[in-house]
Design a protein around this ligand. Sequence first.
Ligand code: C5P
Length: 410
Amino acid sequence: MRFHDFHDTTRFGMTDNINTLKGMHILLGVTGGIAAYKSAELCRLLVKAGATVQVVMSESACEFITPLTMETLSGRPVPVRMFGRTRGPLEHIDLPTEADIMVVAPATADYLARCATGRACDLISSITLAFDGPVIAAPAMNTNMYNNPATQRNLKTLRDAHGWQFIEPNAGELACGTTGKGRMAEPSQILATLQRLVKTDLSGMTIVVTAGPTVEDIDPVRYISNRSSGKTGYAIASRAAIRGAHVILISGPVSLTPPAGCNVVQVRSALEMASAVDAHSDGADAIIMCAAVADYRPATVSREKVKKPQLSHIELVPNPDILAGLGQKYKGQTKPMLIGFALETENIETNATQKLKQKGIDAIVSNLASDALEGDHTRVTVYLKNGNPIQTDVIPKLQLADLVLNLIHQ
Ligand code: C5P
């Protein structure tokens, strides 16, 4: 799963918490900060929402709140020490295997640093390292500690390379007497985020997502490609999986960790992507083409390194337009729904609406290169075959993912 910030959790107000997390097995990590006192309330809310909650505490957390409090609220023994054997000798492996999701609240600066460097020096770090599902953390610390470049770097690493999601701390008066950002999000905000994440409205659907660039080799050391981080496609795949869909993520080369719960097909060139899409398109409910497919490829791939003078005359041949091919193949059929992306530098509306028609697809998500490339946020206009365009502000790519998936759900 990719890492995104949830700035907007309060939007997802709850009127009824009963059973909204029924059947979920949540690993609740508590690390050593004063906000640990709020974890008791969070545990109570999660249990009330129907989740099975297995609490794990760091030794420092026990300085702020006792395991007995958490045991009483969760109804389960709370392991703390690496060799404490609360649940037998392999609890650092067994506990992560049982869980669907890990929530760490509060997540201290040191815990984040340990996880960003892959340390397994205590039970909670080991469990986190062994857990391969989605991790959601609510950092809490002094403002200077939070703003310190080391902490920010660790947050970025966990976000970009480990796929963590964060519920940002709130600004306000801190326990240390200063005022600033660092106060752990309220338990109700954390619960609301979880409820939003675990919707299962796409269960039973198969969704194919393409992501990243394609790479068209010239010779063993050179290639033609497009700039694409893959973040949008990975965010869509991640959200679709969490919302219950069977997800096939066909990815060009990117430096992102594949989201949990997706079948990942790694490809390199446009031709490889075309045949992977072809192999998985029948039976799909939707195909979302986020990939930045290279329009041309070298007519031949040289086995030897091409000499510099010859590089200015490389013969190119067009790649197949995968999406337009799907538009033809499924013309007149209700399934699969076809969604394309159009990254433009100008005339966004004209270009996007033309592509919508030419490719024979159901929707196209258009954005400006300056708004979208590389970052975690974007601003888009979605043009629909049937319906009015939808325009967004600058939003996290995760939120865009939900918007696109809502179109499929509708
Ligand atoms: O024509 P353009 O490349 O701007 O269209 C973008 C959309 O078409 C994207 O959804 C992209 O994944 C898809 N595409 C494709 N095959 C190509 C080129 C683009 O499927 N050869």
